[in-house]
Structures are given as C-alpha cells and as structure tokens.
Design a binder for this molecule. Structure first.
Ligand code: V47
Ligand code: SF4
Length: 380
C-alpha cells in the first residue's frame, strides 16, 4: 500500500523532467545519460527509491539472493599503487603483508570439505612473482580436490598483468585459465572508468578499455563476470553515469554480466583518507539510480562486508536483490579500509533473518543465479 502510494507520487512529481523519467521507467524505456545525471542531481531518495523498488519487484518479486562462498586472498603484495587502497603492500615491504603458498591455499579449500559451499572467490594484490602458471596450478588443484566448487577468480587488473608477463593475448590467457578450471570473473578493478578520475586514483593499472576488453573476451568464451563501480570519492555524477553507461553498452553486446556491484569508498588508512565517506542517503540514492539506469543487468548486489550488514539490509528497499554470500571471515579488503564488519561472516541463518526481517524471501543461489533453495519459512 505504502509502496503503491510512493509510486503514484513519483508519477505525479512536480518537476516535469523527473515526471518524464518516472513515465519512462513505467514504460520500460531506457534512460539517456543526461537523464541518469538528472536523477543524481535532482532525484530525492523517496522518488528514486520508489522507481527502483518497482523495477526490482517486477524482476524478482520479494526474492533476495545469496550464496554460500568463501574467499582466498593469495597475497596483498601489489605492484600497483591505487590511492584508495588500504590493503596492499609494496614488494619491498612484503614482510608487512602476506604471500600464501599453494599448500596454504589448498588448506583453505580443504577446510570446507563436507560443507555445502558452492563458490570460491580468489582475488588479491598483483604480486610480481605469482604468475599465470602458478595460478593455473592452484586452480586445477582446487578443481581436482573439489570439482563441484565454482571458481570465480582474478580481477581484470590481475589478469592484465598476468597475461602481459606471460606474453599472451587476452584471449589465449583466458583460454589457458579456463582450461585449468576458472569459471567466472569477479567485478573488481573497474573503479571509475573515466580517465580524468582513473588517472588520479589508480593511474598505473589497466585502463577502461583494457578492463572492458577482458570482460568482453571472457563473455565471448562463454564465461560470466560481474561489474563494480567504486563510488563516493572524487568522482562527479557524470563520471558515475559514464561508468554505468560503458557497462550497459557492453552488456547489450554480450549479455555476459551476472550482476552490478556498487562499492562504497571507505576511507581508513589509505592515501585518500582526507576524503569523507558519503552519507547513507547518498548510498541509497546511488543503489536506486543504478537499478533504474542499468536496465539490462538483472541483478544488483550490495556487498555487505563493505557496506555493513545494516546498510546492506536497507538497500533491499532501494533496488538491491542480492547480498553476495556467507564469506566466513575470509576477506580483509574492507576490514582494512574501515568497514563496520571487522570479521565478516554470516551463517545462512543470519542472512535469512536479515532478509526476512524486512519482509523479503531469502533464496540461495549458485554463482550463475540458478536458484538452489527458497527459504520461504525462516529455518535455514
Ligand atoms: O577493485 C579497494 C575495491 C575492489 C577500497 O565480483 C575499495 O562478486 C572501497 O571487486 N573502499 C575489489 N572499495 C573487490 C571486488 C569485489 C568484492 C566482492 C564481490 C565481488 C564480485 C567483487 O575493492 C577493488 C576496489 O574497487 N576497494 N579499496 C576502499 N578503500
Ligand atoms: Fe593493488 Fe588492487 Fe590495491 Fe590497486 S586496489 S593497489 S591493484 S590490491
């Protein structure tokens, strides 16, 4: 009843341009980049939230997805120097960081023997000595030990470095990893594509075209991937829209993205700590606008270890239909950047409680969004 009322208000907005946007959304028409910027400039939280909620309801009803997963972070030693990163250590300071051996990574996998996890997410710093050959062996050993585990691994930043070092084309590099057992790519490393911002915050790593080419090639080879956007630092509204537009264009071409994941800039212990974090209202507006603008992305994910579980819960009323996974305290990127979640781990029961508390239905999915279990009663 409340939601219906909000939608009617949105359709009767006193601002003519916003009213037109609301009508377009109701008629399933794509927004232009100018309309995207307009939403950021003028769209109040209630307005964009009502439209986003309408879209999510039409796509997914009350279902909210999660998976049972864990991460492996092979190292935080990194050749790059992204200013927003609280996690990496330079090679010369590697004694302050970590470098897992193959056996240590396999031990992490073995810890889950007999447990119903479905995905391992492998991402870390770009270590100058961990090369393609090493990671092919890691992947094939994981697959040999646990063939049912979906391996999602390596940002386009890690892949670009690995392939260049191995003197392989993107296509040949990806084919090599796919043969070893890699199944999909996570969305990291996208940050903000526009060079005016990219050159300020992460000048030395793969650029927008390089990132997009790696994902396009993966899609062409039948692999799926995710896409992210790091928001809430020095970017303007039009940089956000430009970023989302480039992803939308590639998705039109390949259809290979599983989900879009906005990542909120967290400001602890990095070279951008002087920049204040954006408010929760800005977070919810951003999720809503992403849901409205990214009309060919079926899923919008709130990554709770970065956002904190309470804010992640709130996003479920602002366009989000996916909460990522159980995580099991296996990632440090966000705790090191100042997230409320210092040891991120949720049981399936915790996730179900979080979702049902706001009147939604928890659904366990696999990496490719096949539904594994609908929790229509509260027992996990
Ligand atoms: O690319 C680094 C971000 C990303 C900070 O695909 C920061 O399912 C905020 O992409 N504040 C890596 N963000 C993580 C990532 C990811 C995470 C979870 C799920 C998936 C998926 C992908 O983390 C980096 C960068 O954008 N990041 N430092 C920071 N201080
Ligand atoms: Fe390295 Fe990734 Fe940190 Fe950049 S964000 S410094 S590529 S670990």
């Amino acid at each position: 009843m409340f939601e219906r009322f909000e939608l009617e208000n949105a359709l009767n907005h006193s601002d003519k341009s916003l009213k037109q946007v609301a009508e377009k959304v109701m008629n399933k028409q794509r927004l232009t980049e100018e309309e995207g910027v307009l939403l950021f400039e003028k769209g109040e939280l209630g307005f964009v939230g009502a439209l986003a909620n309408y879209i999510t309801q039409s796509l997914h009803g009350n279902k909210v997805y999660f998976n049972r997963n864990f991460h492996i972070e092979p190292t935080n030693v990194c050749v790059f120097t992204c200013n927003f990163c609280s996690y990496s250590r330079q090679y010369k300071h590697r004694d302050d960081g970590w470098e897992l051996s193959m056996e240590q990574m396999l031990d992490i996998v073995r810890k889950y023997d007999g447990q119903p996890v479905t995905e391992v997410h492998i991402v870390g710093g770009v270590h100058p000595k961990m090369n393609l050959e090493f990671f092919c062996e890691v992947i094939s050993k994981i697959k040999a030990h646990r063939p049912d585990l979906h391996i999602k691994g390596f940002t386009a930043v890690e892949l670009d470095y690995m392939f260049r070092k191995a003197k392989l084309s993107v296509e040949d590099g990806l084919k090599t990893l796919k043969t070893a057992g890699l199944q999909s790519l996570p969305g990291g490393g996208a940050e903000i594509f526009h060079p005016d911002i990219r050159n300020e915050i992460c000048a030395d790593k793969v650029d927008a075209d390089g990132w997009l080419l790696i994902h396009e090639t993966a899609h062409k080879l039948g692999m799926h991937s995710n896409a992210t956007m790091l928001y809430g630092h020095i970017e303007s509204y039009s940089h956000r829209v430009d970023h989302m537009s480039r992803l939308r264009t590639l998705q039109d071409k390949t259809g290979g993205f599983n989900c879009f994941i906005p990542l909120k800039f967290r400001n602890k212990d990095n070279d951008m700590s002087n920049i204040p974090e954006v408010s929760i209202i800005e977070d919810m507006r951003l999720y809503s606008i992403a849901r409205i603008f990214m009309d060919n992305f079926r899923n919008l994910k709130a990554y709770w270890p970065m956002l904190g579980r309470q804010s992640a819960q709130l996003t479920l009323s602002f366009g989000v239909n996916d909460l990522d996974g159980t995580i099991d305290d296996t990632t440090k990127i966000y705790s090191m950047a100042g997230s409320e979640e210092q040891n991120p781990a949720m049981s399936t029961e915790d996730i179900c409680d979080l979702v049902t508390a706001v009147g939604k239905i928890p659904v366990e999915r696999d990496t490719l969004y096949n539904e594994l279990k609908v929790y229509d009663t509260v027992t996990a």
